[in-house]
Design a protein around this ligand. Structure first.
Ligand code: SF4
Length: 967
């Protein structure tokens, strides 16, 4: 054998489901090497159904995913024959993507021949971790992402042999790329593996292979590494070539100028090819301009097709440049933020003839979205020195080392916490903990004094944003603005219908059992307080003067840690028992009850829970009281050495966690007025004590509107088309209602619908279907719409509000249409929407949130199915809000409850018409609608305007839809 790699194999299996105890392997493939020489490869289907369970059926979903036909499986060799081939790999290092899955099905076969189970990183080597280490800046760790990134295939095949080969190709090219194009990162990684003593890690050995060995392995599987890298580079260069500036324009700010810009169709079309001059877009732009100029707040409803983003960007930029005032644009979603920055702003620069430096537009994300290197560095050294890290901890440490390393190389493109791969958080609790711990606490950040300031993405972002003309941020950022510079006085809030939810999250106080466990463990192990001891020792007036006080704090901390642990264990157990007794307890969702009050009639269990929460709070308060004088005595300005500044920051962060925990408990125990106090419990996640503001409008008024010169709040769905239904609820939930008349436009601006909804969108509401919880629901409604799907040859989007219904519909539709009309299914690849759009004749189905943001103009989408009228969340805070609204403001049922439901439904219907030539139909089914009173129905239909919604039996609605398309 010519390297230390030993015997190894890339292996992949396909199965009938994901549960190794009940599902079966149906396909296996592997490729085996000794050192760098290919020894053998193997592929085989496995007989299914098995003899023990001859009636078992392979789901249509698995057939679709793998392309395996059940007939082939019937003729395939039985598992006992295939298993022998697998057992021959007992001495190999096995490499698989998400290897836990393969090992859960295959480890038993090795045990049968006496091959002992091995620890992680021995038999099973998970390429998911290795790819994460090589790509700490990538949010995706799916195999398909890497297959498409390197142009190997258009998508993952989901077959044992092909996926094994594809995975090997991916790892070869990834390592080859780093070795040849990023030698500095290569060396960094080698140093990391060595420093963590991972010399036996199979991937380390693979990573170290000389380039010639990588090429040799590649050749044996017909994979040309050099050509693959060359092609990728050529592709990257071609996508970088953007459009050039076209128009030089005067920057004067004013209504006439705005009108002039939007009237120049010819020039704008050069960068926005589909641009058409629209009066409503000009009206929107003018209202933004007037708001800023007169320092008043405004609300604007801009229906789909208005050209909202360009509509507010033009006056924003003119205002920022000519008045030298910074403007904040707060977008509702990451996708919108990305779109504004990557597409709209560069095009706008072209329209207005700006060079790169003429207009500074910078993205700013909240502090919590950044990673604090100081916290990372000050928390891991101790453990590393003790050499006590296990394999997973080492992987977690190297991941963050790599992330900080690469971020520092390019601070402009620094990766943020938003991009952290969810799969790592889910799979590795240590990663989740680090992910939580490393969030920047802007109040504790030591800024200029920090030893890591030069490579800190958070500080870098602030520095750039400070000088920007326009900052693009999000709603969460608006509510937790940095202390480094004031929030801009002029703000555009896009997707303003999301403000209520975002503000609720931002202004709620929450403390979970997990937070408390983490605190108790930190106290017991003197984490955070170790920094205080260091600070006390460094600042003592004579040697040894602080020894006594350090001893006292240490004892108190450890005692408090132990007491907290006991209390949290008890609370975990008793809160779970309490919730499980509730009549409507759910295993799958979060449950909640009002926080107990002493004066209420409480059961013995509730009394105990309350008693223990009071004790928790008392322990925390005592500790805080002891620590406060030391905290107050430390002044950052007086601290000089890096080690002291680092220790201060650590202690500061820890102390603010204690304060936050105490505040959350205090809020709930004192039953702070105007808040809803609850205990939540979710199976698997534990309990949370939460306090949320009831009058969210008042909070938004005080925190956002009053301190700003002008805030423009805009959305496609604030109320109905003309603003005569639901508007008041929107004005309240955004804080607009509380403004003095001199500080706002009297009414919101409701721009006219751009598309002819009345004639081009037929919308039916059918209530003669079974209940959504009825087993017959999916078969019944799918049978009814089958004619439409077949008649249209696809061109449909189907949205479901529950996973079970989505999965049932998926099976139904695959059985009926596979081979006839292509189905594009959420979860089957990252490009599924794009593939649907390109196909022009498919059925796209997914969960309701999947539908958000789908933009498919033209004939590819002409029919939308929605499985129910969206509900308003039934949380206790929403209940309190509704009561508050009724008491203080008006008719909550119409203004808030019905209006919220109509707006959610409008968002879904908004997928249908995306240009003025589009037309089509929507079917919403909901048997609950039968019990709605006429008055409610009328109001709801009015709220759905500009859609002309009509109630009809499902068969009649289907017939009308067929007629619409002349089918
Ligand atoms: S500057 Fe602030 S956020 Fe950045 S590493 Fe230092 S303490 Fe952390």
């Amino acid at each position: 054998m010519d390297t230390k790699l030993g015997a190894w194999a890339f292996i992949d299996i396909e199965t009938s489901g994901i549960d190794a105890t009940s599902d079966k392997i149906i396909d296996v493939g592997f490729i085996r090497f000794e050192g760098t020489s290919l020894v053998s490869s193997y592929r085989s289907l496995v007989r299914f159904p098995t003899e023990e369970n001859p009636e078992e059926k392979l789901s249509y979903f698995i057939q679709k995913l793998t392309g395996i036909n059940p007939k082939e499986l019937k003729k395939a060799p039985p598992w006992r024959d295939v298993e022998v081939e697998i057992q021959a790999l007992a001495d190999c290092s096995l490499i698989a993507h998400n290897a836990e899955f393969e090992s859960s099905f295959l480890e038993e076969s090795f045990e049968k021949i006496g091959s002992p189970e091995r620890t992680p990183g021995q038999r099973w080597n998970d390429s998911l971790y290795f790819l994460a280490l090589l790509n700490p800046r990538s949010s995706s760790l799916g195999l398909e992402h890497y297959i498409t990134k390197w142009g190997l295939r258009e998508k993952e095949i989901h077959r044992g042999y092909e996926d094994s080969i594809d995975l090997l190709q991916v790892l070869l090219i990834e390592v080859y790329f780093i070795k040849t194009e990023m030698p500095f990162f290569y060396q960094h990684l080698i140093d990391q593996f060595i420093s963590k003593k991972m010399n036996d890690y199979w991937f380390y050995l693979f990573f170290q292979l000389p380039v010639n060995d990588l090429l040799k392995i590649g050749e044996q599987i017909d994979f040309d590494l050099i050509a693959t890298l060359k092609n990728k580079k050529a592709k990257d260069v071609s996508t970088l070539n953007g459009e050039q500036g076209v128009w030089d324009f005067d920057l004067e700010f004013g209504g006439e100028q705005v009108e002039k810009i939007f009237s120049n169709e010819k020039e704008i079309k050069k960068v926005f090819p589909h641009y058409q001059k629209r009066d409503s877009q000009i009206e929107l732009a003018k209202r933004v301009g007037q708001s800023f100029k007169n320092k008043v707040h405004s609300m604007i409803q801009a229906p789909t097709g208005t050209g909202k983003t360009l509509g507010y960007l033009v006056p924003t930029v003119l205002f920022a440049k000519s008045k030298k005032e910074q403007v904040l644009i707060s977008t509702g979603t990451k996708a919108l933020q990305h779109q504004a920055l990557e597409q709209d702003v560069p095009r706008l620069k072209n329209i207005l003839g700006f060079n790169q430096d003429d207009l500074k537009v910078e993205k700013l994300v909240g502090s919590k979205n950044h990673y604090c290197e100081l916290v990372f560095r000050s928390s891991d050294d101790g453990e590393l020195l003790q050499g006590s890290l296990d394999f997973i901890q080492k992987v977690s440490q190297i991941f963050f080392e790599n992330l900080f390393f690469l971020n520092a190389q390019n601070l402009d493109q620094a990766v943020t916490r938003e991009e952290f791969p969810y799969v790592l958080r889910k799979k590795i609790p240590q990663m989740e903990q680090l992910y939580q711990d490393l969030a920047v606490d802007f109040a504790a950040c030591t800024g200029k004094k920090c030893p890591y300031k030069g490579e800190c993405a958070y500080l870098h972002g602030i520095k750039k944003a400070k000088d920007a003309d326009v900052i693009i941020g999000n709603h969460a950022l608006m509510f937790s603005w940095t202390k480094s510079f004031p929030r801009p006085q002029y703000i555009v809030v896009d997707e303003a219908h999301r403000l209520e939810k975002e503000a609720t999250e931002a202004f709620s106080l929450e403390l979970s059992g997990r937070d408390l466990s983490h605190l108790s463990s930190a106290l017991s192990h003197l984490q955070g307080l170790g920094s205080l001891f260091y600070l006390l020792a460094q600042t003592e007036h004579e040697v040894g003067a602080s020894t006594e006080v350090i001893g006292e704090i240490r004892a108190l901390s450890q005692r408090t840690g132990a007491e907290l642990k006991e209390l949290v264990d008890f609370l975990d157990f008793s809160i779970e028992s309490l919730f499980r007794k509730l009549p409507n307890y759910s295993e799958f969702y979060s449950n909640e009850i009002p926080f107990m009050k002493e004066q209420d009639l409480l059961s013995p269990l509730q009394k105990n829970i309350l008693h223990y929460i009071v004790k928790l709070k008392t322990h925390l308060s005592n500790l805080i009281q002891t620590l406060s004088p030391h905290f107050e005595r430390m002044q950052l300005e007086n601290l000089k050495e890096d080690a002291v500044v680092t220790a201060f920051t650590r202690f500061n962060i820890f102390f603010s966690q204690l304060l936050q925990a105490e505040k959350s408990l205090n809020f709930a125990l004192k039953s702070e007025a105007n808040y809803t106090h609850v205990i939540k419990y979710q199976n698997g996640s534990g309990f949370v004590i939460s306090s949320s503001p009831i009058n969210i409008g008042s909070i938004l008024n005080q925190e956002l509107l009053l301190p700003s010169s002008s805030v423009v709040m805009t959305s496609a769905t604030l109320a109905n088309a003309t603003g005569d239904m639901g508007a008041k609820g929107a004005e309240w939930s955004t804080g607009y209602l509380y403004l003095d008349p001199s500080r706002r436009f009297k009414t919101a601006l409701y721009l006219p619908a751009v598309y002819d909804y009345k004639n081009r969108a037929k919308v039916f509401l059918c209530d003669d279907t079974p209940s959504i919880y009825d087993e017959k629901f999916i078969p019944k409604v799918m049978t009814s719409i089958e004619k439409i799907l077949r008649g249209l040859g696809g061109r449909s989007l189907l949205l479901f509000s529950a996973k079970s219904r989505f999965e049932q519909a998926r099976e139904y539709l695959l059985e009926k249409f596979e081979g006839e009309i292509p189905l594009f299914i959420q979860g089957m690849g990252a490009q599924v929407v794009e593939e649907f759009r390109k196909s022009g004749q498919g059925i796209l189905l997914g969960m309701e949130s999947f539908g958000e943001g789908i933009d498919i103009p033209g004939d590819a989408l002409q029919f939308v199915f929605v499985d129910k009228i969206p509900d308003v969340r039934m949380d206790l805070v929403i209940k309190d809000r509704r009561e508050f609204y009724n008491r203080e403001i008006g008719n909550e049922f119409t203004d808030y409850y019905l209006s919220s439901r109509a707006r959610s439904l409008q968002q879904k219907l908004g997928r249908l018409l995306r240009t003025d030539k589009d037309y089509g139909a929507v079917l919403v089914v909901d048997s609950r609608f039968k019990s709605w009173k006429k008055d409610t129905t009328d109001k709801f239909f009015k709220m759905m305007e500009p859609y002309q919604m009509r109630k009809a039996p499902i068969e009649e609605a289907t017939a009308e839809v067929l007629k619409l398309f002349s089918l």
